[in-house]
Design a binder for this molecule. Sequence first.
Ligand SMILES: Nc1nc2c(c(=O)[nH]1)N[C@@H](CN(C=O)c1ccc(C(=O)N[C@@H](CCC(=O)O)C(=O)O)cc1)CN2
Length: 297
Amino acid sequence: MTEIIDGNAVASNIRDELTEAIETLADAGARPGLATVLMGDDPASQTYVNMKQRDCEEVGIESHHVDVDGDAPAEELFDTIADLNDNDDVHGYIVQAPVPDHVDYRDVIRRVDPAKDVDGFHPENVGRLVAGDARFRPCTPHGVQKLLESAGVDTEGKDVTIVGRSDIVGKPLANLLIQKADDGNATVTVCHSRTENLAEKTQRADIVVAAAGVPELVDGSMISEGTVVIDVGVNRVDADTEKGYELVGDVEFESAKEKASAITPVPGGVGPMTRAMLLYNTVKAASLQEDVAVDLP
Ligand SMILES: Nc1nc2c(c(=O)[nH]1)N[C@@H](CN(C=O)c1ccc(C(=O)N[C@@H](CCC(=O)O)C(=O)O)cc1)CN2
């Protein structure tokens, strides 16, 4: 029987546990605050930002939001970042990616106060992660680790093939999984658009993580019997539905499910975990800045 790993359920448990930590902070007079910044009007980004704000309300995190016009010069976004760095009510914030083409996301990230960088994207935080001393694990990779743990999958000594080398998912996840840690100790192969014989690399893996942003790139023929399949893709594909699209993962679910021992669905797999781990990082940021110890899940 293939286990369908329920990301909504795992994320809900994490939110419940975070609520206790948030109460501890509130008792000490420190309400955690998260800000989201959205430049432009990308519909998917708007959805994610709205969901992040709703999540904050649910657990008792104060949420702030700043919209920046998509045609505005980059300096307007940089001014917003400077304001957030100075705002003591905001313990953490994120600039939703992607940003418009005339803005270099790396210039954006470098301006974020590393102590408030709850995405974990600032070079200082990337360096700490690579050095095995992460302050903030990036939300999606951390969510993937939590999903594997929830399914009882031990990564120690396992062959993991990650399809995708993005700064947000592929690279940080590879770095986390190779670390000498309970949720690491894996042997990791990172594949990308120039990889030859992709199927060969996915077929030899115990765990496949698909994070390429290509709808249904990985199908059942590319995985072996008993593989754990984690689908990070959330692609909007035109369809005759009320919304005009449907959400499709990077994995062809039906054929992969036939072979996998466990698999995440889309929607309801990694996506909700990305949001839950953002709350986690915000609580951690508040705990560090306010010097109040909390138990994190
Ligand atoms: N600053 C950041 N930008 C982006 C990140 C990030 O971690 N930080 N990651 C992705 C998108 N992402 C986070 O913002 C994200 C993706 C998916 C979901 C999610 O909840 N998906 C749901 C379906 C939602 C829907 O109905 O469309 C699911 O999969 O069940 C949340 C966040 C890029 N940008």
